[in-house]
Write a protein that binds this ligand. Sequence first.
Ligand code: DLL
Length: 446
Amino acid sequence: MAATDPSNPGPIDVSGIADPSEKAALQADRLRDLVGRLAGSGNPFWTERLTGIDPADIGSLDALRDLPFTVKQDLRDTYPTGMLVQPLDDTIRLHASSGTSGKPTIVCYSRDDIAIWAEVNARALALAGTRPDDILHNGYGYGLFTGGLGLHYGGERLGCTVVPVSGGNTALQLQLLEDLGSRVMSATPSFAMLLGERAAETGVLERLNVEIGILGAEPWSEGMRQRIQDLWGGGFTALDIYGLSEVIGPGVAMEAPDDLGVLNVFDDHFLPEIVDPETGEPVPDGDWGELVFTTLTKTAQPVLRYRTRDISRIVADGGVDGRHWTRIARLNGRADDMLVIRGINVYPKEIEAVLFDDPDVGRTYAIVVDRRSTMAELRVRAELGPGAGDRAVEATGRLTRALADRIRIRATVELVPDGSMGRTEVGKVKRVFEQVDDNDPLATGG
Ligand code: DLL
């Protein structure tokens, strides 16, 4: 794939390929080419992984299920750059994501990869309603994290004026939003909430012009969307952007305002599958399972059938005339996030859904798994909404019952005053804490 000419980058394709057989043929061609590139790269990891596979046998997408998966551990085992299939000389960028433990995962980009990345983020922005004459206030962190630079290049590709403000420094952010009149903002949902809260507190909110939020990098429920939109006011739409560093960063899939709840996967570059997270077998169409991606066009560090651990499903029904991307449901958590409490499996997202379903719950919460005794206990702390202070007792009882109904565990619910819990200004919000000794993990404002 040739890098685009910066002086004449061409139109942004927000529609995708209309004819299903044409799309499948393109994907199969690209898959065959990818497997050929991996097998012929001389990279020992791929030589070993692809033993016995002849790229020429890949005649259609049916061949996919016989190809090997890649997993995060493969990137760890080949740290730092052992999954590169081009010389490091040919790469022009490196990003990294910090895992919960051990070494970061490194991802490298060729010039063509950067062009693809800009293209898919430009599509994401355009799908959300961003126009070339917009000022894009980019509140994702710049640096090793892919969020900042991913949206930055996408915004430039679309022709926006990108404000590379990054995370943190909310006072400066609000000043820039007000003075520049930005209509589009990109940030994590938790940071969008924090900015909205600060804007409301300081009286700036009514002077802001933000209509579109491009929010992702963290799981966030419909209840959270509602709260963010309520906070920012009637004209604001919060939309979901999805991606992961191993695949490219942000811009793998995007929600559109006329098709809420669904992510459009840019399937000419990223081939999605849904598999059973336990067995790796494909699930029946429409069932929930683990999202898997093959990077069809990346050149420096492609992945084959990468197991994301993220949970979604293919959505075949509905859609919008003239748009043809593979549609998947907004994420329903990660296979790794599952908590096991007294033998019962609980996803934090289910707890968030219960909390944000309740009108008296405010804008942030935290979950503590107390493991001080052999029987783990679940504690949920949430802020009360503005004006809900005198309903705390009833709300506590109601939430305890709702959680017991939904997750089949009796949790200790603690409702605290609006604004009393800590906020995350930089990076991804942390919602789940383990307690192993008598130090309260939420004591520092969690
Ligand atoms: O979070 C890339 C990104 C940046 C996406 C900015 C969107 C916006 P990583 O740091 O590698 O990359 O983390 C990827 O974050 O596997 C999901 O578990 C989670 N994640 C990303 N987007 C969403 C989303 C970036 N929209 C991991 N909803 C992924 C839920 C998300 N989870």
